[in-house]
Write a protein that binds this ligand. Structure first.
Ligand SMILES: Cc1ncc(C[n+]2csc(CCOP(=O)(O)OP(=O)(O)O)c2C)c(N)n1
Ligand code: SF4
Length: 282
């Protein structure tokens, strides 16, 4: 696929919310004239993680919960690429949650699309951190707002394709402008193990419809998200943004970049690798 940029067909169940995410991402790529050879989509493990096989771009399938460090490395090595990380709520809010915290803090220009279906779909329906059980469900938007370095936080839904495409475009533009990490949670139901289309319908409130809502106010965003959660509803739309300078831009501008824009020579990499392995006697 990376030679021809011909994406494969998705393997998701009929009606899976992840189709809506794939369609919105492709539409956003077209709207922005994103070029296949200038784009990399990296994915975690899960049904959500198979999305990287289904779009016109370079793809990389990371380990479960480890997509963000891989994506951060790609962006630092080649800041001119559009780098999109994708994964499920199990991937990003459970095993990978530590990396999410530090991605907000580090603020490197990766776009992260997290598909939240409230369960682990691929492994057949176990509860994830966002499962609506007797425990209070985890909210990644509130987590992001609580971290001072965060600079772009949005939530969309597979059931609202026009808004979702708009948010994806805004996220890519945030990263391209060198402002840093763009986090987009998508409410993307698993129709096979946890069909939340009916459960979530009518509970989403687009912040654009709230009079006087200011996405540049962290405290205002936090209060709105908190109050809606208390009413069992979800804030959607572009919830928070800041005109910050992303870490790769700061490092490039200061001339202190350790890894940015290295001229990578595969032969040299192999000889360095061989030397390390020889040290271990392998
Ligand atoms: C280190 C590791 N632990 C556990 C698994 C098993 N596993 C594969 S996918 C997955 C969860 C998938 O759920 P989610 O990330 O929410 O994506 P979805 O399938 O719902 O789209 C788990 C636990 C794994 N592959 N690797
Ligand atoms: S099991 Fe659920 S998340 Fe996975 S493809 Fe099917 S509907 Fe989608």
């Amino acid at each position: 696929m990376t030679k021809t940029f011909q994406p494969g067909d998705p393997i998701w169940c009929a009606g899976c919310g992840h189709y809506g995410v794939r369609n919105a991402l492709q539409a956003a790529f077209q709207q922005l004239d994103v070029e296949s050879h200038q784009t990399m989509v990296l994915a975690g493990i899960g049904c959500a993680g198979t999305l990287q096989n289904n779009v016109n771009a370079y793809g990389f399938h990371a380990m479960h919960g480890r997509v963000l460090p891989a994506a951060t490395g790609v962006k630092l090595a080649n800041p001119s690429l559009d780098v999109i990380a994708v994964g499920g709520d199990g991937d990003g809010y459970a095993i990978g949650c530590g990396h999410l915290v530090h991605s907000f803090k580090r603020n490197t220009g990766v776009v992260y699309i997290l598909m939240n279906n409230g369960i682990y779909g691929l492994t057949k329906g176990q509860n994830s951190p966002t499962a609506e059980t007797a425990e209070q469900a985890f909210d990644g938007v509130q987590l992001g707002l609580s971290i001072a370095g965060s600079s772009f936080i949005a939530r969309g839904s597979s059931a609202a394709p026009t808004q979702l495409q708009k948010l994806m475009v805004a996220a890519i533009e945030h990263s391209r402008a060198g402002r840093g990490f763009a986090f987009l949670e998508v409410l993307s139901p698993c129709v096979t193990y946890n069909d939340t289309y009916p459960k979530w319908a009518g509970r989403m409130v687009d912040v654009d419809t709230i009079t006087g809502y200011d996405p540049y106010s962290r405290t205002g965003a936090f209060t709105t998200v908190h109050d809606l959660n208390a009413e069992n509803r979800f804030a959607t739309g572009l919830i928070y943004q800041q005109d910050s300078i992303g870490s790769e831009r700061q490092w490039l501008d200061s001339g202190q970049a350790a890894v940015c824009d290295l001229d990578i020579d595969p032969a040299l990499q192999m000889s360095d690798f061989r030397e390390i392995m020889d040290d271990y006697g392998v």
